[in-house]
Design a protein around this ligand. Structure first.
Ligand code: ATP
Length: 193
């Protein structure tokens, strides 16, 4: 089975592209969603978070309060690295276990920070979804109902798309010029052959 990572900047359309692959029967591992689930449900991960940040980050229902945790790591590189050192290996391990249960010719691992987290080393191929900045901003403002400055701040925190494209095996352009579905089918065909 081929493991394929799929990444791209905020609002590039990774999730949209993944949904198209899912329609073609490709299993998709959504790293962000799984990371959140691990924080909510995995007792070992939760304990490591408490060891790092104290009991204050656990809310009344016993779950990690992600907003509080985000505030604690915001603008604090050392704390962010400590958090990543807990979450990234936990997701990597969970992904490996998930892969063992899949039977498709290839699977996708969707991750906004595939390269930044080192998760690209866990996959055989990488697809990068790329979109122009103005379109990404427009889409995220519409989707998340946030201010333009907020979107730009998030985008500036990530590795630029141009760098990601250089590291990609396949690039899907979600730019309203090239059609998305034929590009997805073309990559799909290359990966199954
Ligand atoms: P994030 O990293 O923020 O989760 P993403 O890369 O997964 O973003 P999507 O959620 O797939 O991006 O797309 C962002 C928004 O733009 C969504 O609301 C999606 O419906 C919309 N969108 C994406 N691609 C297109 C397209 N080709 N045409 C119209 N809308 C699109």
């Amino acid at each position: 089975m081929i493991k394929v990572g799929i990444t791209g900047g905020i609002g590039s359309g990774k999730t949209t592209v993944c949904k198209l692959f899912e329609l073609l029967g490709v299993p998709v591992y959504y790293s962000d969603t799984e990371a959140k689930k691990l924080l909510d449900e995995d007792e070992v991960v939760k304990q490591q978070i408490v060891d790092l940040f104290g009991h204050d980050v656990i809310d009344e229902s016993g779950k990690v309060d992600r907003k509080k945790m985000a505030a604690l790591v915001f603008n604090n590189k050392e704390r962010l690295e400590q958090l990543n050192a807990v979450v990234h290996p936990a997701v990597a391990q969970h992904f490996e276990a998930w892969c063992k249960k899949q039977t498709n010719v290839f699977i996708l691992k969707e991750a906004a920070i595939l390269f930044e987290s080192g998760a690209h080393k866990q996959v055989d191929k990488v697809i990068v979804v790329s979109a122009p900045l103005d379109l990404k901003v427009e889409r995220v403002i519409k989707r998340d109902k946030v201010a333009k400055e907020e979107v730009l701040k998030r985008i500036n925190n990530q590795m630029p798309d141009e760098e990601k494209v250089k590291l990609a095996d396949h690039v899907i352009y979600n730019n309203e010029k090239e059609l998305l579905i034929p590009q997805v089918i073309a990559v799909y065909q290359q990966l199954i052959n």
